[in-house]
Design a protein around this ligand. Structure first.
Ligand code: HAM
Length: 424
């Protein structure tokens, strides 16, 4: 029988990497708190309609990338491809409109998209996601951008490029759509196949096609900013003013339209040149009509999501620190089978005292246990042998300096705690 491997496009986050994730998530949680965002846990699957209506029928995500299945009662459910629609659903369902606005929430967890896997692009990937719902204030847009940049700064990331655009609203979007279609119509047949199908359904997306022929054709095409209505235009000016005020270095990218249909007004991305083709570490923007598209009352909102795999990849590429890898403090070494229970007692005493400790379970020789203790990264070996048992002590060996001393049994935990070499 052939052995079973993980499905294509998904990865195991092994312990040698998972501690780096823990650091990213810790920094995220602390920064969230500093900006007044509270954590929420949302379901991994939702009714398919939430995404088809919320994210938009003509998006790649909904058209080609969702993991959709029927449950045993015949309901169509979908593994979440993103979090904004779920956040807004939860806001509406839990009557968060009754709370002080905006309601600022964040969440982290796995998303699922059936995309072609490549470096930095997976079929299951993690996002950290932040949403501020219930305010139109352009300074809330600014806050979300600043928040993403603060997280990246605290993680030690550099060389990031922030690009911003305004994609307008249902008032000005039709004006832009018509101008864009008029501009493209004479060269429609020269566009790539995908863009030809987008021409009627979602012409805006043609602007961010990466195909060189399409890029050449769309050079000089009407951009969204030149078609903004007064309200969107002044909102965008305020966003830029706010970004200036806090000293955020951003550039305007008139081609930035983002791949999800719910965006209105502000759209932005944070890019890293260290990532290769999948260079977006973070993407976000405003979605003032998302709540209505899923059947709720008008509820403006803005937020962003950043991919955890891409953050970790960029940090590795840039040689950023992930803090200290959590290692054992102590390894209990037992010199004779007959006193194993004494060694176990010590092990559990240490653990209860908050010392990260472990013991051999493979019947290794005394010497091999020492070797293993050294390789495990533990700072100390705590030796329990017949002499130690009869004298009520433990031999504590500093595995780095090689120094060893007898410590009274009841003092081992505090000796390690105060040694200055505690890892955890
Ligand atoms: P998105 O641009 O689709 O936006 O995804 C946000 C981030 O998730 C990307 O910048 C990237 O870092 C990561 N990401 C996306 N797809 C993959 C993948 N297949 N593999 C690895 N990482 C990936 C959203 O999801 C919006 N919900 C963001 C948002 C929140 N807008 C407003 N609020």
């Amino acid at each position: 029988m052939s052995s079973i491997s993980a499905p294509r496009g998904v990865r195991d986050i092994l312990p040698d990497e998972s501690w780096k994730w823990e650091h990213v998530l810790d920094v995220t949680a602390r920064t969230a708190k500093d900006f007044g965002y509270r954590e929420i846990h949302l379901p991994v699957f939702e009714h398919t309609e939430l995404f088809s209506r919320g994210v938009g029928e003509t998006t790649d995500v909904v058209e080609k990338e969702m993991y959709t299945f029927e449950d045993r009662a015949g309901r169509s459910l979908t593994l979440r491809p993103e979090l904004s629609a779920s956040m807004v659903r939860s806001y509406l369902e839990n009557r968060m409109d009754k709370l002080h606005q905006p309601v600022k929430l964040w969440s982290a967890g796995p998303m699922f998209r059936y995309e072609r896997p490549q470096k930095g692009r997976y079929r299951q990937f993690w996002q950290i996601d932040f949403e501020a719902m219930g305010s139109q204030d352009p300074y809330v847009d600014v806050e979300t951008i600043a928040l993403s940049l603060e997280i990246f700064k605290r993680l030690g990331l550099s060389r990031l490029e922030v690009v911003v655009n305004s994609v307008g609203c249902p008032v000005c979007r039709p004006v832009h759509r018509e101008a864009l279609q008029d501009f493209l119509r004479p060269r429609l047949n020269d566009l790539c196949e995908t863009c030809q199908t987008r021409f009627d359904r979602n012409p805006l997306r043609i602007l961010d096609c990466k195909n060189p022929a399409c890029r050449e054709i769309t050079d000089g095409a009407p951009d969204t900013i030149s078609c903004l209505c007064d309200e969107c235009s002044s909102h965008f000016s305020e966003v830029r003013k706010g970004l200036d005020t806090i000293g955020a270095a951003v550039s305007i990218d008139k081609r930035l339209v983002r791949g999800l249909d719910y965006y209105t007004k502000t759209a932005y991305e944070v890019l890293s040149g260290d990532l290769g083709a999948q260079n977006a570490v973070c993407g976000g923007g405003r979605y003032d009509n998302l709540a209505e598209s899923i059947g709720g009352p008008h509820t403006p909102g803005v937020g962003f999501a950043a991919g955890v795999e891409r953050i970790v990849l960029t940090m590795e590429q840039q040689g950023c620190s992930f803090g200290r890898q959590p290692l054992l403090d102590a390894f209990v070494v037992c010199s004779e089978e007959g006193i194993r229970d004494e060694a176990f007692k010590l092990l559990y005493e240490l653990r209860s005292a908050g010392i990260a400790a472990d013991i051999d379970y493979s019947g290794r020789s005394f010497k091999a246990q020492f070797k293993f203790a050294g390789g495990s990264g533990a700072s100390f070996a705590c030796v329990v042998g017949p002499e130690e048992v009869s004298s009520g002590s433990v031999t504590v060996k500093d595995l780095q300096s090689g120094e060893q001393r007898q410590v009274a049994r009841g003092d081992v935990a505090s000796a390690i705690m105060t040694s200055g070499h505690k890892n955890g």
